[in-house]
Design a protein around this ligand. Structure first.
Ligand code: PEP
Length: 252
């Protein structure tokens, strides 16, 4: 049985009050859920959200939207993994499409981040996915393969249990367009095959692969029943508690 996961990526949204409120609603709403929820607040609210979650049990984890791959030092504006550990963060997003495409993170930097997160003992949620142009050229599987091989080659198979992959087609993120369940399933199957070639078939079989891209309460169930979709990474809909909890319910 693979772990069912639902991530709520708040991106650069919320304020101190609304961040606490969203966290309270998640903690109250998922007590009986077999799925694990991971909340990714903006950095300044990690401690406050962690405070809300501290008595909520293992069903809700605290995540960070990014991390710098080096040890503490002269890296103005960056946040290290040891700082995140101090905030009780246990999961870090790596390679989100907004960081790949808006912030221009390179494959080499994403690889360094993935390795550093896994070496630190935290869970790495590696985001991959193709742009619309790449999809129209029929390159979805090739792009996923390139991004996976680039980030994961050389990681120790011992770390595989702390790896999660989020397949997020760039054209579906924040656009209201969603991959069909069949298209998402095909891509996820391809991802599992690539991970098997890098980390072995046992690691690939137990890997949780999440779908992300305009997931809503209205489309979550049809996606969640696909055999290789193990949960979701949710952006916009994670900012509305009732909708987010319906998505968690669909995965459960
Ligand atoms: C995301 O931020 O990872 C995401 C999938 O966003 P949205 O759900 O808004 O498309």
């Amino acid at each position: 049985m693979r772990t069912k996961l639902v991530g709520g990526n708040w991106k650069m949204n919320t304020n101190l009050g609304s961040a606490r409120e969203l966290a309270r609603a998640a903690a109250r709403g998922v007590t009986d859920s077999p799925a694990t929820v991971i909340l990714f607040p903006p950095f300044p609210y990690l401690l406050a959200v962690g405070g809300v979650l501290q008595d909520s049990g293992p069903g809700v984890r605290l995540g960070a939207q990014d991390a710098y791959p080096g040890a503490d030092g002269a890296f103005t504006g960056e946040v290290s993994l040891s700082m995140l550990a101090d905030c009780a963060v246990s999961v870090v997003l790596v390679g989100h499409s907004e960081r790949r495409h808006l912030i221009q993170e390179t494959d080499a930097l994403i690889r360094a981040k993935a390795h550093a997160v896994l070496d630190s003992g935290m869970t790495c949620m590696l985001c991959i996915g193709e742009t619309l142009e790449q999809r129209e050229r029929g390159e979805t599987d090739a792009i996923n393969r390139r991004q996976l091989e680039s980030a994961l080659t050389g990681i120790s198979p011992d770390c595989a249990s702390r790896l999660v992959v989020a397949y997020e087609p760039v054209w579906a993120i924040g656009t209201g367009r969603t991959a069909t369940p069949e298209d998402a399933q095909t891509a996820h199957l391809g991802v599992r095959g690539v991970v098997a070639s890098i980390l072995g078939s046992n690691a690939a079989e137990s890997l949780s692969i999440l779908y992300g891209g305009s997931v809503k309460a209205s489309n979550a169930e049809a996606l969640a029943i696909m055999p290789d979709i193990d949960g979701f990474l949710v952006g916009g809909a994670s900012l509305v508690s009732a909708e987010f909890l319906q998505i968690v319910e669909a995965v459960s």
